[in-house]
Design a protein around this ligand. Sequence first.
Ligand SMILES: [Zn+2]
Length: 315
Amino acid sequence: MTVFDPHTIHPFLPNNLGFGGLDRDDHARGDDSIFSQLAQQKTTRYLPVWRSMNLFAPQATENAPPHLCWLDPTQIAAFAEYNPIFIYLGRDRDNHAYIALDISACDEAKAARLTPGHFADLREASPLIDGDEGSILAYARALCFWHQRHGFCGVCGHQTILARAGHMRVCANPDCNAQHFPRTDAAMIVRVTYGDKILLGRQAIWPEGMMSTLAGFVEPGETLEHAVAREVYEEAGIIVKNVRYQHSQPWPFPASLMLGFSAEAVSDRLQINHHEIEHADWFTKADIQQFDEKGMFLPRKLSISRRLIEEWLNR
Ligand SMILES: [Zn+2]
């Protein structure tokens, strides 16, 4: 069987969490016996997710890159009493099947006792995480989050049941039968420049000193370019032109796809909307080099915002 290889898609290095990692093997999702078949295969890898945290393997040394941790079919029986949610994720290049296993009903001590390694927030993972592994963990986390919050039908309020190997939920009310599919919220993030300066801002809830590119959710009925221009205008009073798509990043915290853009400001006169952001300003490359001394810093290296800023810094 040919395995679809997502590694050939991107013209340049994908962002962290965006490598693809798996052939998502859609045709197998319609096979109702997929989970029992895969449970018979010793090579099947189960990825536990506990309350939106992924399982990481024990680290050999403190600075070693993090790795995902999987369980084999013999290790998952212990979770049966907690009615875990199973989601078939697909196959890797070596044809290992991956299944996400949401064990959120388990208490913390039991989850820790039944799994090797440790549960942690993927956002906090080191940017050294392997590209494929990071994207598989992001995929598992996103789907587990969706299942946790869609146990009831948004049309009639009845319970929903898992279908298509975890890629759909169907309303159990025979008079309704509404089908529900996982959602991804489109969010844009933009590097705005004016001459030799970049626009960086911060929200009040962020760690003190952190400065980043502007971002916001795309609204219904809006193009991505419109969302970029609207958000920059709403937050900083800046009109932009030449809005250009750069690259994207799955950001399942909890359910976003970050779409990275660049844009040029028509003027540098800022009019900050303090209801939206705490502060924003223009910075030259020399200003950013002095961030350390001023107690300021850029977003984490795992993020698309950091990459958008570094691409500009390295020009
Ligand atoms: Zn319903």
